[in-house]
Design a protein around this ligand. Structure first.
Ligand code: ADP
Length: 413
């Protein structure tokens, strides 16, 4: 019995010593001691074999607790356990002061928090610096864009040197847009200047004849007649010019309205052939093919376009020349052809005849009247009907204008 207790003593001593924390306890807990404590007794609880559990310890039925005091930064843990085996009762109790470790841990948390704040601050500062660097090209671009006006549109472009790829792409896109705006602006300027130029001539002629009338008109019937005819002709030409200008500008402003309906193009072309035979009696007008073909479009506008081709055929042919006008139904598409055996055009002329105010050198030198707007207008009308125009011409041999208006496609639902 005694030797058993001695063994327990030894074992308990070894156990407590190996675990007991050395050094003074800093926390102000009610218990003085810390470590692992053991009490061994016989099962009936009468004879005590070994005990080093402090006397005021409340063993309860076994527990585990963590005691934390934030005010004095103290932390300790304690627990107890009871086991019965082989007729013996073992009670163990432990208590450890972890205040030191707790304080060190708190210190570490503070240090980590400070370090974290420092890193965040540095990242923000660095971010700000790199933001400034990153947005610098944008700032330059916006300053350049601010300087842009109609007067320096041709010279100012965004500088793409040294910018990052994405910004370079953006600057290139803006520059390409500026190029397009510039060319549209230039062509508008050119259009206005050409239009004023074209209007100046008839106004000068009308003024000249009005002066002539003022001076001699009342006394000289010949002057009177000539002046009236000239003024009538010039004002008619001016009216025609102004109407074309208006139509083109309406198209540019996208306010041109088309009143589309289904109609038989054959009737329209036949009427125009009749009219042409009446006004151009010294030309031979042929109309070999006339087929029924229904077109969905603005009848007046399409008539105006076809009239331009026919008027040109009359204007740019000589007495006795032939003009052939046909209307065909090609698988539902409407094909209108106006061919003449007139003055024809060079290859270069054909490339430019649809440009506004373009007139061939040859017709300018021959003083054939015109403003160079008819074909631009005709093209605009045909394209508005999703049609296309083909031109074949040989200088001094004749020309052929072939207009195709596609049949209306119905969508099956
Ligand atoms: P305009 O006839 O008033 O000059 P258009 O736009 O109708 O204006 O025609 C542009 C130019 O195309 C004409 O000046 C002329 O040089 C050329 N052209 C058009 N139709 C013919 C044609 N049938 N034969 C020869 N040249 C033509």
């Amino acid at each position: 019995m005694y030797s058993e207790k001695a063994d327990y003593d030894k074992m308990a001593l070894a156990l407590t010593e190996s675990i007991r924390i050395e050094g003074p306890s800093e926390f102000s807990n009610p218990y003085a001691e810390q470590g692992l404590f053991v009490r061994i007794s016989e099962d009936n609880g009468d004879s005590l074999l070994y005990n080093d559990i402090p006397s005021q310890t409340d063993m309860g039925r076994g527990f585990f607790g963590v005691y934390l005091n934030l005010a004095d930064k103290s932390l300790f843990i304690e627990g107890s356990r009871k086991i019965a085996a082989d007729g013996l009762q073992y009670k163990s109790f432990f208590r450890y002061d972890l205040s030191q470790q707790f304080r060190e841990c708190l210190n570490l948390i503070w240090k980590i928090a400070l370090l974290y704040l420092l890193i965040v601050f540095m990242i923000i500062r660095k971010g700000k610096k790199s933001d400034i660097k990153l947005f610098e090209p944008l700032r330059i671009m916006s300053a350049q864009a601010n300087r842009l006006s109609a007067n320096n549109l041709h010279s100012e472009r965004l500088n793409v040197e040294g910018t990052k790829n994405e910004l370079k792409d953006l600057a290139n896109v803006i520059n390409a847009m500026l190029d397009r705006i510039e060319s549209a602006y230039e062509s508008q300027k050119q259009f206005v200047s050409n239009a004023s130029h074209e209007l100046r001539t008839p106004i000068a002629v009308i003024q000249g004849y009005a002066n002539l009338l003022n001076r001699w008109g009342s006394s000289n019937p010949e002057v009177l007649q000539e002046s009236i005819e000239a003024i009538q002709n010039e004002s008619r030409a001016m009216q025609d010019l102004v109407e074309k200008l208006l139509l083109l500008s309406r198209h540019d402003r996208k306010t041109l309205k088309l009143n589309k309906k289904n109609f038989n193009m054959r009737r329209v072309v036949e009427d125009m052939v009749k009219e042409t035979r009446l006004v151009a009696q010294n030309r031979v007008i042929n109309s070999p093919i006339m087929e029924d073909v229904f077109v969905y479009g603005d009848k007046q506008a399409l008539k105006q376009a076809i009239r331009i081709f026919i008027d040109n055929a009359v204007k740019y042919t000589n007495d006795g020349d032939e003009i052939t006008i046909s209307c065909e139904n090609v698988n539902g598409d409407c094909v209108i052809t106006v061919t003449d055996t007139g003055i024809g055009m060079t290859r270069e002329d054909v490339e430019h005849i649809f440009d506004r105010f373009y007139r061939s050198e040859y017709v300018r030198n021959k003083n054939i009247s015109g403003h160079g707007l008819g074909l631009s207008l005709a093209k605009m009308i045909i394209i508005a009907h999703t049609g296309r125009i083909k031109v074949r011409s040989q200088f001094k041999k004749g020309s052929s204008f072939i207009v195709t208006l596609p049949r209306r496609k119905f969508i099956r639902l």
